[in-house]
Design a protein around this ligand. Structure first.
Ligand code: PLP
Length: 397
């Protein structure tokens, strides 16, 4: 342990991994645990995408790929970003990576160093903060609760900007809150960004295909924002391809080239046959993507209805993603027997141990008054979890 440097301690995904591990352990002991911890579609990858991967493998696309990705996929992505998102990126400005996670790391490694501040809008996906710290940057965390629809208004973002602010991380639709920024809200943020020429925005749009209410707007499509935006996306969520590890970032050329250098240094180009399969995902039929979205919507209705029926649980509408992020702060300090549940960490541990529902405490997302439930699981499991939570949380005094 004496060998380890401080950087090695920044990369701790803590709560999510801990809770899913504890759920697995309880299950191994025979308990009937419903796990709502992981941010992963429970669907298998659509058949046409699987078939394209096998075919590509047989055709010999099993070698190293160009560092930025294969030209055919980059061209397909430039087309997708233009036609679906209104984004103007040339193929040469798109860098494939081993998951959106690596694309985010490539981006931050390219533009963040010690002394740089990064504005993070809580609740946020924990990996952003880890990566900022990894790069030596300083996270500046702004919070928005359920009253604000989990969206920090532009005027509060403006007030947090200093000469050292380098990046704002935007994630719409959001993990963990499910919030979707409207075009008007993005316009207000763009007006702030225009006043600060040193500032970039990273827009993580990986949940774009899982929206139930409202519509997707890409920040980089707003006037003047192309040069100021790194757009991140990937295949994991919308196409149910988590294990395939393919994501990408698009950015003005000098940043794209720097991201490619990071990618090259750390892992080289993303898997060739997976990139071939991604072309099939983009250009093939989208009916399975639609079906999965409809299924998530039914589950959203169940979770939203179930949680709203519990006194002390505050929730708005969940317009997107497969996460619920209810505010349970009114329940903190209550007792289960003579055990005081004074934090959401304690509450989540108790829910798991006593009621066999695994959730993740909001501390993992910079919002300790909430808990996250992933509803990427079956309706039967959701029904069970809601009943158990109603009984469990309803018994607290
Ligand atoms: N961005 C957000 C907001 C996520 O929730 C996740 C996965 O949980 C990712 C990026 C990473 O996705 P990938 O599997 O492409 O690395």
């Amino acid at each position: 342990a004496a060998l380890l440097v401080s950087r090695s301690k920044t990369a701790d995904e803590g709560a999510i991994i801990r809770m899913s591990q504890r759920a697995r352990e309880l299950r191994a002991k025979g308990a009937d645990v419903v796990s709502m911890t992981l941010g992963e579609p429970d669907f298998d990858t659509p058949d046409n995408i699987q078939a394209a991967a096998s075919e590509a493998m047989k055709k010999g696309f099993t070698h190293y790929s160009p560092v930025m990705g294969i030209p055919e996929l980059r061209a397909a992505l430039a087309h997708k970003l233009k036609h679906e998102n209104g984004l103007d990126y040339a193929a040469g400005e798109i860098v494939l990576a081993n998951g959106a996670k690596q694309a985010i790391a490539n981006a931050m490694l390219s533009i963040i160093e010690a002394g740089d501040e990064v504005i993070m809008l809580a609740p946020f996906w924990v990996s952003y903060e880890i990566t900022v710290r990894f790069c030596g940057g300083t996270p500046v965390v702004l919070h928005a609760g359920v009253e604000e629809g989990y969206k920090v208004p532009a005027h509060r973002i403006a007030a947090a900007i200093t000469p050292r602010t380098k990046l704002i991380v935007l994630n719409s639709p959001s993990n963990p809150s499910g919030a979707v920024w409207s075009k008007a809200e993005l316009e207000e943020l763009a007006a702030v960004v225009r006043r600060h020429p040193q500032l970039m925005v990273m827009s993580d749009e990986i949940y774009e295909y899982i929206i139930f209410d409202g519509e997707m707007h890409s920040f980089g499509a707003l006037p003047g924002m192309r040069e100021r935006t790194i757009t991140v996306n990937g295949f994991s969520k919308g196409f149910a391809m988590t294990g395939w590890r393919l994501g990408y970032a698009a950015a003005p050329e000098p940043i794209a080239r720097a991201m490619a250098r990071m990618q090259s240094a750390i892992s080289a180009g993303a898997n060739q046959f997976v990139q071939r399969a991604a072309i099939a995902a983009l250009e093939g039929p989208r009916d399975s993507v639609q079906r999965m979205r409809q299924e998530y919507q039914l589950r959203r209705d169940m979770v939203q209805g179930g949680l709203n029926a519990i006194p002390g649980v505050r929730m708005g509408n969940i317009p997107a993603t497969f996460y619920a992020f209810p505010d349970v702060s009114a329940l903190l300090g209550k007792k289960a027997g003579n055990h005081v549940l004074d934090t959401t960490d304690a509450l989540c541990d108790w829910l798991l141990d006593q009621h066999h529902v695994a959730t993740v405490p909001g501390s993992a997302f910079g919002a300790p008054g909430s808990i996250r439930l992933s509803f990427a699981c079956s309706e039967a499991e959701i029904g069970k979890a809601m009943a158990r939570m109603q009984t469990g949380l309803g018994s607290l005094v």
